[in-house]
Ligand binder design. Structure first.
Ligand code: AMP
Length: 446
């Protein structure tokens, strides 16, 4: 299939070609014609599937050539859970809409409000916003929704997870009832379906991959290691694999800062991003990372949400997330839009339950590999998955989460066998302990 079969305008096809996209991703192929036909669409698509273009392209087509937007008004509103995602969505709107003269702006908190007010004063076709700052601007009379035609809720599941439901409800009451509403979410949980029922008109559901499946293109490994040796193992992996660009996840802000310092002490250029950093610091860190000025970006889950770094070859879970669904979001940072990616999880004995929950959620037993010289003294037990864990508010989490995970049992897939066959490393030796084996300290050299 090619893009020109989807009913998109020549100017959009030109912009798509300039991006180097050749074929529509499955979510694009399914959603674009429906959105162009004016339907309300709720789409389950993981990050990295091309979902931003799936809603942005038809949105731009609808807006192009329309009436000139009045001061303070907007014709389409895209709500996102995080500032980083908001910035990236607007970047896509700009890129895809460059030949259509569509005016767009992005507003989010943590930065000076005045430039945002100035942009809104002229009116914009597409406004991308995080909920809090948008309500603030509306409360001060800087934005008027009476001409709004389309509402997009991007990463709706995450917005609920982050406690934005009340803000979303308030925003929706400010919008015209006659509008097109689009909702994109990694999963269709109960609360997401409820949200759709409340705000959408006979929505068409589009699901391109089973909910909660991890990206097919991401190869995943677990490296059992003692907790105190994790920083050392990470430094070793960076050196052994020659990683120039690695995204590392930690559970806490403090953990992110500490690890970043340890990496720096070991000669690995690193920056931490998390909710306590100013928006400018986060933007700068991301730009430095994208341009290769820093090797390791250490991030907490919330800070990393929405990061789109093209061809990010690997992510490392320095800590496992205590909410299993976050694992899917984390590894979705690599293997984007069909590119191959690798996700490595450094797992210590105290994280065995988290690992079980993740394996249960993704219906896959992750291959374990011990790295020579880092074999744990405290083995990582194969504990029992606790189905309830992901539904309960996790300790240490800052915001309330949404509904329970759709955890399903399932047999380990072919992936492990394929991956094992693919490693071919002569230094890897089976240790006869389940599927755990030892790999030489040299790593696999990828
Ligand atoms: P998203 O899921 O929207 O975050 O997109 C993930 C990445 O895929 C972004 O870097 C896009 O630029 C890229 N992308 C989107 N659509 C396509 C496509 N049809 N072909 C190749 N890359 C794409």
């Amino acid at each position: 299939m090619t893009f020109d079969t989807l009913g998109l305008s020549p100017s959009l096809l030109r912009a798509i070609a300039e991006q180097g996209y050749e074929t529509p991703s499955p979510i694009q192929a399914r959603a674009i014609p429906l959105i162009l036909a004016g339907k309300d669409v709720m789409a389950a698509a993981q990050t990295g599937t091309g979902k931003t273009a799936a809603f942005t392209l038809p949105l731009l087509q609808r807006l192009a050539g329309g009436p000139r937007v009045q001061p303070h008004r907007c014709r389409a509103l895209v709500l996102t859970p995080t500032r980083e995602l908001a910035a990236q969505v607007q970047e896509s709107v700009r890129d895809y809409g460059r030949h259509d003269g569509v005016r767009s702006a992005v507003v989010f908190g943590g930065v000076n409000i005045n430039p945002q007010i100035a942009q809104l004063r002229r009116g914009v076709d597409v406004l991308v916003a995080t909920p809090g700052r948008l309500l603030d601007l509306h409360g001060q009379g800087f934005v008027d929704f009476r001409d709004l035609e389309v509402l997009v809720l991007d990463e709706a599941d995450r917005m609920l997870d982050m406690g934005f439901i009340h803000d979303i409800r308030r925003i929706v009451t400010l919008l015209p009832t006659r509008r097109q509403t689009l909702m994109f979410s990694a999963t269709f949980s109960g609360p997401i379906t409820q949200l759709a029922q409340g705000y959408m008109q006979q929505p068409v559901r589009v699901e391109v991959s089973p909910p909660n499946a991890t990206a097919e293109t991401v190869q995943q490994w677990v490296y059992p290691v003692d907790k105190k040796r994790k920083p050392e193992l990470l430094c070793h992996l960076v050196a052994a694999h020659g990683w120039d660009q690695v995204l590392v996840f930690t559970r806490t802000k403090h953990g992110a800062n500490k690890l970043s310092q340890q990496l720096e002490q070991n000669g690995i250029r690193s920056v931490a991003i998390h909710g306590n950093k100013s928006q400018n610091a986060r933007t700068r860190a991301l730009a430095d990372f994208k341009q290769g000025r820093i090797q390791a970006l250490v991030a907490t889950d919330i800070a990393a949400r929405g990061l789109d770094i093209e061809q990010l070859p690997q992510v490392v879970n320095f800590d496992l997330p205590n909410v299993a669904e976050d694992y899917i979001h984390r590894i979705g940072r690599t293997g984007r839009a069909g590119a191959a990616g690798q996700a490595y999880s450094l797992v210590s004995a105290d994280e065995a339950d988290y690992l079980c929950d993740i394996e249960r959620l993704i219906c896959k037993t992750l291959p374990r590999e011990e790295i020579e010289g880092f074999e744990p003294q405290h083995a990582v037990p194969r504990g029992r998955p606790t189905k309830a864990r992901s539904a309960a508010p996790a300790r240490g989490r800052q915001k309330p989460r949404g509904g329970p995970a759709a955890a399903r049992d399932g047999a380990p897939t072919q992936a492990r066998r394929r991956r094992r066959a693919g490693t071919g490393g002569s230094s890897a030796q089976t240790r006869g302990k389940g599927n755990t084996r030892t790999t030489s300290r040299g790593g696999r050299g990828r």
